[in-house]
Design a protein around this ligand. Structure first.
Ligand code: GAL
Length: 363
């Protein structure tokens, strides 16, 4: 759980002031208390290498240096993430003309040591062109530093994407999380595209190694209902919750979505299962289920992808619960709506929304 600069600030908007203000906002908005901990710099933080071959931060964007920024972030009880690529240029270097963006290929040991010396806790290693084999090289270089550095990779570039069911890499042995699709943007159709790309990948996810359908766009232009649906689906898919909005300017609705403790508990459940579709009771209607820790406990998403409202029913037989009574809690409403026997129906689920339930069989 964390924040990353790319979705809201892109290449040109990233700088030390922005990152510090996000770290401050983690505290003042309750994001830290809700569980968010990583404050991540994406592409465009750097300015090539010095004469010794060591990565340099851009002096105009980060006048105090990355080490000082890490100290600032650590001082707030948070962690800091950084960005590099397994190529000679970063992705903005290749596609965006950011010539100061140099990649880590051939410099893995030096760069991993630089990151460790700055106090970095998280690396996003993002392949634009380049070789898949380079991911293991950086994994080993990070390990050799002796500093725990969470390893998030993007093995896809423009595609085809590398997923647990379709990759020459054994992803869970390489990284802690891996992108399964091309970049998200703040549109409903994009949220749907990434949900569909992630749908069949559930077997690859587990504690310490997760499918990444990309960062969150809640608060970046989706309406509040769609933002809640987006967050609900990332929660039930056990997806990394890396926010991408300006945390200093959240509306009350955005903040309420991103900090909902009961929804976050679905995402962070220690069993680490990725939820999956168990029924499609109508056109554009889906029932998703995620096995949760605790006896006969499920999180269930009643997902209306359609343009009209609809009633959606989940049957206990679809989610592997015994017939009979179960308690049902509506997590967004924060209300117990059961007990219910054999099934539960949510009436009039609005278009582009999710009713998120926790269902526990009562013995
Ligand atoms: C893309 C990546 C984005 C962002 C961008 C930076 O390849 O998918 O999330 O990191 O590069 O240039």
């Amino acid at each position: 759980m964390g924040w990353n600069s790319w979705n809201a600030y892109g290449c040109n908007g990233l700088n030390e002031t922005v990152v510090k203000s996000m770290a401050d906002a983690f505290i003042t908005t309750g994001m830290k208390d809700a569980g968010y901990q990583y404050v991540n710099l994406d592409d465009c933080w750097m300015d090539g290498r010095d004469s010794a071959g060591k990565l340099k931060a851009s002096a105009s964007k980060f006048p105090s240096g990355i080490g000082a920024l890490a100290e600032y972030i650590h001082g707030k009880g948070l962690k800091i993430g950084i960005y590099e690529t397994p190529n000679t240029k970063t992705c903005a270097g290749i596609y965006g003309g950011y010539t100061a963006g140099v990649g880590s290929v051939g410099h893995e040991t030096t760069d991993a040591q630089t990151f460790a010396s700055w106090g970095i806790d998280y690396l996003k290693y993002d392949k634009c062109q380049g070789q898949l084999s380079a991911f293991a090289v950086m994994r080993d270089a990070l390990k050799a530093t002796g500093r725990p550095i969470f390893y998030s990779i993007n093995p896809g570039d423009q595609g085809p994407f590398c997923t647990p069911t379709n990759c020459s890499l054994n992803l869970p042995t390489i990284a802690n999380m891996w992108r399964i699709g091309f970049d998200i943007s703040a549109k409903w159709s994009e949220v749907i595209r990434l949900i569909d790309a992630n749908k069949d990948q559930y077997s690859g996810a587990g504690p310490g190694h997760w499918n990444d359908p990309d960062m969150l766009e809640v608060g970046n232009g989706l309406n509040d209902t769609e933002g809640r649906a987006h967050f609900s689906m990332w929660a039930i898919m056990a997806a990394p919750l890396i926010t991408g909005n300006d945390l200093t300017k959240m509306t009350a609705a955005t903040k309420a979505t991103l900090t909902n403790a009961e929804v976050i508990a679905v995402n962070q459940d220690p069993l680490g299962k990725q939820g999956r579709v168990v029924a499609t009771p109508g056109t554009n209607l889906e029932v998703w289920s995620k096995e949760m820790s605790g006896t006969n406990t499920r999180a269930v998403a009643l997902f209306n992808r359609d343009s009209a409202s609809a009633s959606i029913t989940v049957q206990w037989s679809q989610i592997g619960l015994p017939a009979g009574a179960a308690s049902v809690r509506d997590l967004w409403a924060a209300k117990d709506v059961g007990p219910s026997t054999g099934s539960y129906t949510a009436a009039n689920v609005p278009s582009h929304s999710v009713v998120l339930l926790k269902i526990v069989s009562t013995p």
